[in-house]
Design a protein around this ligand. Structure first.
Ligand code: 13P
Ligand code: 13P
Ligand code: MG
Ligand code: MG
Length: 367
């Protein structure tokens, strides 16, 4: 409570139009109605509902702090209501896909939905960028966040702005062990890279500025396959980044997306593919259920109100990145079901391929 404001981005895939293509407009409509009511009741200050492909994204501001049962309950109830009122009657594909728990128990973490939330002291001007991706996993942000907060070739401010001169601290989660480690850059840059190169296991969860511990970024870390013990869809992560005034500028925050990189996900969550930055109108996956896509929305937070969005990738400058991503897509698809197009066995072990391998197990012989 108090003057602090909490920005919560909570998302789930609760069924979609045309396979895993896109959220249905009626799902957005029902979600908006529910959040509008919560705004009128004073539970939240403001909201913005949007989609990343087939994932429904609820961006909310409020004064309840992180992990608030009321806010998480509102998100859970919204996803449930959208499932019951729209996904099921319209027989949308994979209705309720990410709602892995039977009933809500106080916090959506571990129940399927992805969460990125930060409680902050609002600055004189508070520009933020929220990212939401479809057809990939939380480790997709590793390269992006490293470039934004630790790479002077990407972020000129690391060299030019003394407020960033002491660097940033990264909290990394080992999603297999459920443990965290804090590493400081630039001093521990190489140690950080030694971990976050393994994107399926080590995932950046939040980032602070070293000079004053100012919270700069948070990302979702949910891995659905680890919760469910089977493949249920990709996690399709979200991330919130604060910008300017001694933090990376909006343009530095967007810069890593200009040169697309390969991420895990795409068709059946089992392939490597380029992460393609798109505007909201292109936030829908098609070719081979992809390529994996990311939207970036800019807001000014003003007394908790969300002024915006600016649809940041809906810009001709990113046409070039989209063309590059499509060339990368074309090249890696030449490999079909052969690695590195297809993911390694430690990722595929959550898919149906284990049944095939099990069937063949006894047919191996020594020559
Ligand atoms: P099904 O068509 O069997 O649901 O699986 C394919 C898919 O899209 C994986 O989620
Ligand atoms: P989502 O994780 O976006 O539902 O996609 C699942 C899938 O299997 C696509 O081929
Ligand atoms: Mg889906
Ligand atoms: Mg999705």
């Amino acid at each position: 409570m108090g003057d602090k404001v909490t920005i919560s981005l909570i998302k789930a895939d609760v069924g979609s139009l045309a396979g895993h293509h896109v959220v249905h407009p009626k799902q957005i409509e029902v979600a908006k109605k529910k959040l509008q009511k919560a705004k009128e009741d004073g539970l939240i200050i403001d909201y913005y509902v949007f989609n990343a492909g087939d994932d429904l994204e609820l961006l909310m501001t409020h004064r309840k702090g992180e992990s608030s049962p009321e806010i998480h309950g509102l998100a859970w109830d919204t996803f449930k209501e959208v499932t019951e009122k729209v996904s099921k009657p319209l027989k949308l594909y994979a209705a309720g896909q990410d709602l892995l728990a039977e009933a809500f128990s106080g916090n959506v973490r571990g129940m399927g939905p992805g969460v990125a939330e930060m409680e902050i002291e609002e600055r004189g001007s508070e520009p933020i960028v929220v990212f939401a991706a479809d057809k990939t996993e939380p480790g997709a942000w590793n390269l992006i966040l490293y470039k934004i907060f630790a790479d002077p070739w990407n972020t000129a401010g690391l060299v030019l702005d003394p407020r960033m001169a002491e660097g940033f601290t990264f909290r990394v989660m080992d999603v297999q062990e459920g443990k965290y480690i804090d590493l400081t850059t630039p001093a521990e840059s190489y140690e950080l890279l030694a971990l976050i190169g393994t994107v399926g296991r080590y995932v950046i969860e939040r980032i602070w500025r070293n000079t004053d511990k100012l919270l700069a970024a948070v990302a979702s870390v949910t891995r659905l396959s680890l919760i469910a013990g089977r493949y249920v869809g990709k996690d399709d992560p979200v991330c919130i980044v604060r910008c300017q005034h001694g933090l990376p500028a909006v343009g530095e925050v967007l810069a890593p997306f200009f040169t697309p990189h390969f991420v895990a996900g795409w068709m059946r969550g089992s392939h490597n593919g380029p992460l393609m930055p798109v505007g909201l109108k292109d936030s829908r996956c098609s070719f081979f259920d992809g390529p994996p896509r990311v939207v970036g929305l800019g807001f000014q937070v003003a007394d908790g109100k969300l002024v915006g969005p600016a649809d940041l990738f809906e810009d001709v400058a990113f046409d070039h990145a989209r063309r590059t991503a499509l060339q990368m897509a074309e090249l890696i698809r030449r490999n079909g079901p052969i690695s590195p197009a297809i993911l390694g066995m430690e990722e595929l072990e959550y898919t149906g391929i284990v049944k095939t391998l099990e069937k063949l197990k006894d047919r191996f012989f020594k020559a």
